[in-house]
Write a new protein. Sequence first.
Lengths: 261, 347
Amino acid sequence: MKQMDRMGWLFLGLGLPLILLLTLPLINMTTQPSLSMLKETILDRDVAAAIARSILLSLAAAGLAFVMGTPLAYLLARKDLKGKKLLEGIIDLPIMIPHPVIGIAILSLAGRNHPIGRFLSEAGIQIMGTKTGIVCVLLFVGLPFYINTVKSGFDSVPVRLENASRTLGAGALATFARITFPLTWRHMILGIIMCTARSISEFGAIVIVAYHPMTAPVMIYERFTAFGLKYSQPIAVWLIFISFVLFVILRMLSRSIHTDR
Amino acid sequence: MIQLRNICLHLPEFSLTDICLEVHSHNFFALIGPTGSGKSLLLEGIMGIMPFTSGSLIFEGSDITRVPVENRQLALVYQDFALFPHLDVTQNILYGTRYHHISKQEARHRFDYLIAALGLEKILRRYPYNLSGGEKQRVALARSLILNPKLLLLDEPLSALDPVFHDEARSLLKKVHKDLKMTIIMVSHNFEEVLYLANRGAIIRDGKIMQQGRIQTLFEKPDSRFTARFVGMKNIAAFEPHGDVLKIAGTDLDIVAETLPAPDHHHLGIRPENILFHPPDTPPVCKNHFTGKIKDIALYGVFTRVHMDVQGVLFEAVWPRNLVNEFCLEIGKTAAFKFHSASVHTF
């Protein structure tokens, strides 16, 4: 490792406030609740269910992003589509739009006043106040993170390797399965992590589409407004802790498979 | 035999125009041209990776112009070999066998033959990142040859190799062609390696075929200034015919050629290795005998390139280094040289 020179120390000094800004509130919050309070909180069935719901629905949204977003990311990386830049801009939109606006947009589309809403309702699909609605919102906000990560993975695989596979007799699908996928699955895992992370933290859009069934961020907000800081903090600590463990496991899984090869 | 009939391929920034070629079975055919001339694009077109805009590609009597890449029964070895980085050497070599209806027994038989023939026994479990350039080339060759392709396409197979592996790899290609009696089309910008490997070839420039035929003919009888320069012919000058001699335009220099030039020929060229040193104090024995002032001497290993000025015309000769030392040839001194009339080529 290179030793720090004067410029290194200067840059560290400039970056230090940012590190403190990120770490101090989190350290303070995670050390505030007592162990007995943390234990009491996790034994609360509503809290455990809300945390589990947040994680499972986020993973479901990431799963859908994997199934439907992977082909789309491949097309964006490989093909010269008309309106490609426009499509990329649309995919990035959820990063920029205020999240309550996303909730309102989805709700207005899924409402009885809209043909799509009426169609969904007749098909027995409810968006307002359901897990389906929550997954819909989470997919909306998490998709740009999945698609952009996986697209950069596809970009990193030389087209020449796919062409070489075709010259050896493999068709397009076989080439994707035997060359492209094995070389990009780590990007897909990273995309799933990014999409899940973004989804777990979502509040603004969910609170409009589905206040109930309650996800962890909505419950933290509810406990905060109804009972104050002291009762919302332990849920936040558990959410951070469980999410952290989940992401570490996913990262380790990705790395261990890589090492085995 | 493969025939390219009036092939065109238009890209936004480059085009192949009206390409007509014939490559007969068991030939080692070279597509030669400078960087950016379109030779690799033509190879990808033959393989089917880049679809031709018009024209037809006939292979063994069948039109394969619209046949998908994977069904063409051809094989392509890329310049950087394009080995699959997540597969080891064995997996790379066997990759295509499942798509060519090759039984496991037959695949194993061909695999054993190729790893012995190409000397790959010790690296079968290694991954591409752990292979030298020469080893990568042999693996890429084995990966294609195991499919027993009817036509093997090679895209600058030697250019990515270190000089250490270059000669070895060149000999290997020669051996593969000889032993397997395979038809090969190779892309190259290096005329020396083409001379060693190929028996026929075509010179391509800006997406057009400039000249095609036997390699030796391309080398000795280029039909344009571009081809002449590309095959290493120097001493190119415009001439005007005066009776039996060719007068270099704007000078009094008379050059004697073995045969009279065709009416549409206006340039002559002499290969630098055909310009022979004439020792001082010996009588001229050749009609093309000149004395020039040495303008430059450049060392190229055991050879030197000597540039001599005769009446404002610069002649370039390639002479052994020890000859230059023996006769104390230096810049500013004079040197006599000669060349046979058979060495004078017009176009």
